[in-house]
Design a protein around this ligand. Sequence first.
Ligand code: HEC
Ligand code: HEC
Ligand code: HEC
Ligand code: HEC
Ligand code: HEC
Length: 190
Amino acid sequence: MKKSLLDYILRNRLPLTVFVIISSFTLTYFVSRPERDGVGYTPVQPINYSHKLHAGDMKIDCKYCHTNVDKSRFAGVPAVATCMNCHTVARKDRPEIIKLTQYYRDGIPLPWKRIHKVPDYAYFNHSVHVNKGIDCTACHGEITQMEKVGQMNSFTMGSCLNCHRNAHDKFPELKDQIKKGPEYCSACHR
Ligand code: HEC
Ligand code: HEC
Ligand code: HEC
Ligand code: HEC
Ligand code: HEC
């Protein structure tokens, strides 16, 4: 039975032709599809933490938690200890806070899912942007309105360059204090 099927496939061109057509379509799709871009990525996080509540309603400063954003390349995500400054008292009977406290007691860092990420071969630096007066919202959207953070903007090379070229049009109010962003390759590929 098997043998005769193989015979059939080898003698008839049709199945082979169909196979070749399907695989070339598949190949074309994978080669030419748009690059992966995290826009819209809004993962479920291990603790149901809300920026809208903390940074929006309660107006806690971004830098209270993202302590390195104006000092270094990375903004940084706070340790559980930062949350416990308040949550040893605030809402400590709530299920999410009990979970939070458990991580703290066990000394386990919270496994927050990383949302925004440029590939390792590209160099991005927060402090050079933030210290020039570029607001978080220019790149991250209205975080203070988000119950759950998601990626709002594209961080492809094209979108970095788009802002770099048009920085003076995008930030007319900063015109006197910022240069345009660099376009030469080694600025971002070191
Ligand atoms: C009380 C602490 C706290 C404050 C205040 C806070 N954040 Fe966060 N932020 C976190 C935590 C915890 C995470 C990781 C969990 C998450 O994504 O919700 C995070 C995640 C983020 C992310 C996504 C990080 C990634 O993985 O890509 C961005 C962007 C961000 N915050 C921006 C802001 C901005 C802008 C403000 C001020 C308007 C702010 N945050 C205020 C604690 C805080
Ligand atoms: C400056 C104080 C402060 C800090 C720092 C803080 N919180 Fe809160 N958080 C509060 C207060 C107050 C509430 C209750 C607000 C309300 O319900 O009106 C709250 C509410 C919450 C809730 C909702 C609890 C519920 O079910 O009612 C969660 C979850 C939470 N916080 C997680 C976190 C995490 C995670 C961090 C650290 C990244 C953090 N908080 C840092 C003050 C803080
Ligand atoms: C010019 C665009 C831009 C601005 C302005 C900006 N970010 Fe980001 N942010 C990014 C990019 C790009 C990434 C991914 C960086 C990477 O993978 O190294 C990122 C990642 C993050 C992360 C997660 C990774 C990390 O760096 O620890 C946090 C948290 C964050 N940003 C917070 C902020 C806060 C808070 C502000 C404002 C004070 C801000 N960002 C301003 C572009 C920006
Ligand atoms: C919203 C606008 C905006 C976006 C988006 C943006 N940049 Fe910039 N960037 C600027 C501006 C403006 C400057 C120049 C600031 C100055 O020197 O006055 C700059 C400067 C830089 C510098 C030079 C820093 C130095 O040491 O002088 C690098 C590197 C850089 N950006 C990388 C990136 C990368 C990588 C991305 C994308 C992931 C990106 N930027 C996205 C506006 C932006
Ligand atoms: C403002 C920052 C910036 C500058 C300037 C820049 N790049 Fe990039 N480049 C990036 C970022 C961010 C990525 C990763 C995101 C992506 O794949 O688009 C990237 C990705 C790439 C890739 C991989 C693309 C892919 O499709 O996988 C190549 C190749 C590259 N850059 C070459 C260059 C060359 C050549 C120059 C100079 C003409 C240059 N870049 C200038 C930020 C920059």
